[in-house]
Design a protein around this ligand. Structure first.
Ligand code: CP
Length: 314
């Protein structure tokens, strides 16, 4: 029998069990070779329709969801919010209900407000995938991060992962804390006091204001982008000061394990949270993350859209 996720939607990693995350990763591993073929297409989701509804800018996530759908032979439609009826004042729910009326099998949504994909998932019968909701979660990003670590290190169980930067505004950090800790990693987050939310440890990580402490002995260092678009006040004095204390350069990296790998979800601010020598250096797996993004999104479509309606639970 085909393996399936017993959920209609993928809204976050907080509510997924370890076995479900492992199923997604092993399915993604089996799809990875499709992208290496001359003809990069399998017929698995022929006749299915995926709608990408992005209310925020995206290069990697939107493109890889589209490529993943097309490599599975599904039809992929991208809605550009700036040229849709959203600009005429149509509500989010009305937009979703009208898209649903065209009988898609999945809506992939990114929105600046936390909880939006959950709201849409309750309103529509088709599957909904959260492609990033405010500072809440970005589950497919964390899954591709886990796939990349598994590919490079062999296992996630027992590793030390340091996540450094703007933890407070980062949906990537939250999903990765949930995902990596469920798979047995020791997760340490680091950043300025203004960027570490009080009580973050309750999510399953340790926290420090010292980047050096977090990086010491780390198997994996994940740098986060400074998200100026989510900050309505200044959280650090200057970019130069931030870079000195929290930016990753070869000097800070020397504290990590010898064969450390460096992750960054992108887009990167070169010279702010990461130096070019590190971003382009031998330990960086940033572009491997992007490649693995397609495989993870193929796996999500397969596991969500392959399920029959009787088998899924909402
Ligand atoms: N990592 C990520 O979400 O990148 P995009 O904003 O380009 O989709």
């Amino acid at each position: 029998m085909t393996a399936r996720l017993k959920h209609k939607d993928l809204l976050g990693l907080e509510t997924l069990e370890r076995e479900e995350i492992e199923l997604i990763l092993s399915t993604a591993e089996s799809f990875r070779e499709v992208s290496e073929r001359d003809i990069k297409k399998v017929p698995t989701l022929r006749g299915r329709t995926v709608i990408n509804l992005f209310y925020e800018a995206s290069t990697r996530t939107r493109t890889s969801f589209e490529i993943a759908a097309k490599r599975m032979s599904a039809d992929a439609v991208n809605i550009s919010v700036s040229t849709s009826s959203v600009v005429k004042g149509e509500t989010l729910r009305d937009t979703a209900k009208n898209l649903e009326a065209m009988k898609p099998d999945c809506i992939v949504i990114r929105h600046a407000s936390a909880g939006t994909p959950h709201l849409i998932a309750k309103s529509v019968a088709c599957s909904v995938i959260n492609a990033g909701d405010g500072a809440h979660e970005h589950p497919s990003q964390a899954l591709l991060d886990m796939l990349t670590v598994k590919e490079k290190l062999g296992s996630i169980d027992g590793i030390k992962l340091a996540i450094i930067g703007d933890i407070a505004h980062s949906r990537v950090a939250r999903s990765n804390i949930y995902g990596f800790s469920k798979l047995g990693a020791k997760v340490v987050v680091a950043g300025p006091a203004t960027m570490i939310p009080p009580g973050i440890e309750k999510l399953g990580c340790a926290a420090t204001f010292s980047a050096d402490e977090a990086i010491s002995g780390a198997d994996v260092v994940m740098m986060l982008r400074i998200q100026l678009e989510r900050q309505d006040e200044s959280f650090f004095p200057t970019a130069r000061e931030y870079s000195r204390l929290y930016g990753l350069d070869n000097l800070k990296l020397a504290r990590a394990k010898k064969d450390v790998i460096i992750l960054h979800p992108g887009p990167i601010n070169r010279g702010v949270e990461i130096s070019s020598e590190v971003a382009d250096g031998q330990y960086s797996v940033i572009l491997n993350q992007v490649t693995n993004g397609v495989a993870v999104r193929m796996a999500l479509f397969y596991l969500l859209l392959g399920a029959s309606k009787e088998e899924v639970k909402k």
